[in-house]
Design a protein around this ligand. Structure first.
Ligand SMILES: Nc1nc2c(ncn2[C@@H]2O[C@H](COP(=O)(O)OP(=O)(O)OP(=O)(O)O)[C@@H](O)[C@H]2O)c(=O)[nH]1
Ligand SMILES: [Mg+2]
Length: 460
């Protein structure tokens, strides 16, 4: 009973008491119990008072358990000396260092003969990448785990890129249209507001009126949703663009068909020439590229790279040379070499720089001396990130250089493609291709339906 109390005292703190309320009188120690604890815990010298444990060691064994027993005699000195002499003899019998090395080499030869060849090749301490292992170990070559090649990101189709490029225009336009036609009947006021929206999206007055007229004739006084209006708008845009979506017709009787590429700085002339050359030479035509941008060394080099990439013949001249003279020489050479197509690059210029525009006029005039129909195609590149200014660009380049075809570039970025609809409506010039990236294949024939769908944010 007393031991039970001791246990209670020494487990304190280990077991959390279930109830921390003060002890009642029931658990208080009686005097008898206190005396019993004192008697049990008081130190005593008397062996008979110590508790006896069941000890598995017999008394006889106890004598040797902690050290030499009395019955173990001391080792005689003679015996120790005899052992020392025997050890010295063994040492003399050991091989010398040379003998040891020879034996080691022989052992290795034997190992080599016995071991299967693939194992010796795999497991060796000589691997360059093996850790410096102690003798007796060999290492297998550390396996180098080739990192898995990342899955190539799925390339977007050109239409997806076109749609993404026109997303800013389409989402803004459709958002505004939806807001305008939420629970409203089609009346004069909504029609007027719609017209403004379409003009702001660069579509041009003409196209805006086409859309509102069609809408008015079909739905005046009725409920219309934003989706209805978007579809009607896309249909009208298709009607405007379809007549200008034409293939670039090459008259190969000419030998060469001369294409002069013009436009404002950075609109993608040189890149587009490279893409065109890739298509043409890829179909087996003999293509010649002439570096008519003689202002910048980098421009000449850029075209040379495209010529090399596309297997086209390159014609260049020195920096600062007369561009019209270069164009003339290139044309002559293309005739002699019977090139199918000659594409002439020109330096970019702002349409309001009269002097530079006059130089363009000169190029056209000079080419006409060799063939009155040349240049057969005068292509103008338009940057799709430009807004209203593109209308004026076409106006002036057309007047000065006789532009008779367009290519809109950078429709993959943050394009404002609405202007192409306005240009098509006003100038009715063919739009041959659109640029949807910087890569060699990122030039697509212009399709009215695709362009209208992308502009209206609709599926293809
Ligand atoms: N994203 C995108 N970039 C394009 C496209 N076409 C051209 N570019 C880029 O636009 C930049 C200008 O292109 P260039 O071909 O050098 O333009 P350029 O009209 O010859 O320029 P200048 O000779 O300086 O007048 C380059 O970085 C081209 O890679 C396109 O369709 N999409
Ligand atoms: Mg260029």
């Amino acid at each position: 009973m007393a031991l039970g109390f001791i246990k209670k005292v020494f487990t304190f703190g280990k077991e959390k008491p279930a109830d921390a309320t003060p002890q009642t009188d029931e658990t208080a120690l009686t005097d008898a119990e206190k005396a019993a604890i004192a008697a049990e815990t008081e130190p005593t010298d008397r062996v008979e008072d110590l508790p006896l444990a069941d000890d598995p060691v017999s008394e006889a064994e106890m004598d040797t358990a902690g050290g030499p027993a009395d019955d173990i005699a001391m080792v005689p000195l003679e015996l120790l000396r005899a052992e020392e002499e025997a050890a010295a003899e063994d040492l003399e019998a050991l091989p010398t260092l040379d003998e040891a090395k020879q034996a080691e080499a022989e052992a290795e030869d034997v190992d080599a003969e016995l071991a299967p060849s693939d194992v010796t090749r795999e497991a060796s301490a000589d691997h360059q990448d093996a850790p410096n292992l102690p003798k007796g170990f060999a290492a297998y070559a550390l396996s180098t785990i080739e990192p898995e090649a990342p899955e190539p990101a799925e390339k977007l189709s050109w239409f997806q890129r076109l749609k993404a490029g026109l997303f800013r225009t389409s989402s803004q336009l459709t958002g505004q249209i939806s807001a305008l036609f939420t629970k409203r009947k089609l009346d004069d006021e909504t029609l007027e507001e719609l017209e403004d929206l379409l003009i702001q999206a660069d579509l041009g007055v003409e196209t805006a009126l086409r859309v509102t007229d069609t809408l008015a004739s079909e739905r005046y006084g009725k409920d219309v949703t934003g989706e209805d209006v978007t579809k009607i708008m896309a249909a009208e845009i298709v009607k405007v663009l379809t007549p200008v979506a034409k293939p670039l017709a090459l008259d190969l009787n000419h030998k060469p068909h001369v294409i002069l590429v013009v436009g404002v700085n950075g609109t993608g002339k040189t890149t587009t020439i490279g893409k065109l050359a890739a298509k043409l030479s890829g179909s087996g035509l003999k293509v010649m590229l002439a570096a008519g941008d003689t202002f910048r060394a980098a421009a000449i080099e850029q075209l040379k790279i495209w010529a090399d990439r596309t297997g086209s013949t390159f014609v260049g001249t020195k920096l600062g040379a007369d561009a019209a003279g270069l164009a003339y020489e290139a044309f002559e050479r293309a005739k002699v070499e019977k090139a199918d197509v000659l594409i002439i690059d020109t330096a970019g210029r702002l349409q309001n720089k009269t002097e530079l525009m006059a130089e363009l006029e000169k190029i056209v005039r000079v080419l006409g001396k060799l063939d009155p129909d040349a240049p057969h195609t005068v292509l103008q590149t338009l940057d799709a990130t430009t807004g209203q200014n593109a209308l004026q660009q076409v106006e002036i380049f057309r007047n000065v250089a006789g532009v008779n075809g367009l290519i809109m570039t950078k429709l993959d970025g943050t394009a404002r493609g609405g202007i192409l609809v306005a240009i098509a409506a006003k100038h009715k010039l063919p739009v041959y291709f659109i640029g949807v990236g910087e890569g060699i294949d990122d030039l697509e024939p212009f399709e009215a339906q695709d362009f209208a769908s992308a502009l209206a944010g609709l599926a293809r």
